[in-house]
Write a protein that binds this ligand. Structure first.
Ligand code: NAP
Length: 261
């Protein structure tokens, strides 16, 4: 299937590895020019070099820095000649007990996982609407639908973003101009983040292998997701075929969410 987005420009945040990188690879494979970001310049440049060598027909630009910082967002927007596609992503907030979190912890989580995507969206959607094409994909979490108690900062901040997107996506000045906004909700994907979570979870038993196996077996698909399949879904949402999908929360979790709806 031709996704019809060759030559478009995308900003993909937090994309030197994991799910963000999966999205950048899938978009690059469709001929989309990329501006990618992550905090660590060395690994970001490695990812960019890999993308350039795999997809020589596209341009790949990099902006190193924390996407939660206004100056980094400005640099991202300046590096992209025209934002047709925006993939919002950032690291997830740390786990813990809400009794130990203070206002600063909450502001940090809200900043990274709610306000940063909203600021970037604010900067790009009206231009997208004027041009009659725009795709925004926010990488959130399956925890938005089935909260994980130790991830309270994530549950809270991402739910705030989810509520905001639900309203914004339905504005006719956006949806009626072929601008879509959707959230992609990963379950357990085999990335560095998952490895860290599994290591933390196995600290009590001391058995990482058993913890990993138990987590895998709790998923109907009996495996962890691959960033490539996550990226493919993202690219489809960003394609010309995705114009009638907006305001949705789309789970990719191997059937882990147990509800009917
Ligand atoms: P990952 O493998 O750890 O990759 C995170 C990427 O984001 C790296 O490229 C990292 O590079 C970059 N990054 C992190 N914080 C950033 C920031 N503030 N500004 C710019 N770049 C930043 O993580 P992942 O598994 O792909 O997860 C991506 C998102 O999905 C996270 O929010 C995570 O909580 C969520 N999620 C993941 C899973 C899963 O199973 N993997 C499940 C549910 C939700 P630098 O460190 O160099 O910045």
């Amino acid at each position: 299937m031709d996704l019809g987005i060759k030559g478009r420009w995308a900003i993909v945040c937090a994309a030197s590895q994991g799910l963000g990188k999966g999205c950048a690879e899938a978009l690059g494979g469709e001929g989309v020019n990329l501006v990618i970001n992550a905090r660590t310049a060395t690994t970001l440049e490695q990812a960019a070099a890999e993308l350039r060598s795999r997809f020589p027909g596209i341009e790949v630009r990099t902006v190193a820095g924390d996407v939660a910082e206004p100056a980094v967002r400005e640099a991202l927007l300046s590096a992209c000649p025209q934002v047709d596609i925006l993939v919002n992503n950032a690291g997830g907030p740390p786990p813990g007990d809400f009794r130990n979190w203070d206002r600063e912890d909450w502001l940090k989580a809200l900043d990274a996982n709610m306000l940063t995507p909203i600021e970037l969206i604010k900067a790009v959607v009206d231009g997208m609407a004027e041009r009659g094409f725009g795709r925004v994909v926010n990488i959130t979490s399956g925890a938005v639908k089935a909260p994980i108690d130790i991830l309270g900062l994530s549950n809270g901040a991402r739910s705030g973003l989810t509520g905001f997107i639900a309203g914004l996506a339905r504005q006719q000045r956006l949806a009626g101009r072929n601008v879509t906004l959707n959230n992609l909700l990963p379950g357990a994907f085999d990335t560095a983040r998952l490895q860290k979570t599994l290591q933390a979870a196995s600290q009590v038993s001391g058995d990482l292998q058993a913890t990993t196996q138990a987590r895998r077996q709790a998923i109907p698909a009996a495996r962890f997701g691959d960033a490539k399949e996550f990226g493919a879904y993202c690219a489809f949402l960003c394609s010309v075929h995705g114009g009638y999908i907006t305001g949705q929360n789309l789970l990719i979790d191997g059937g882990a969410y147990p509800g009917t709806f």
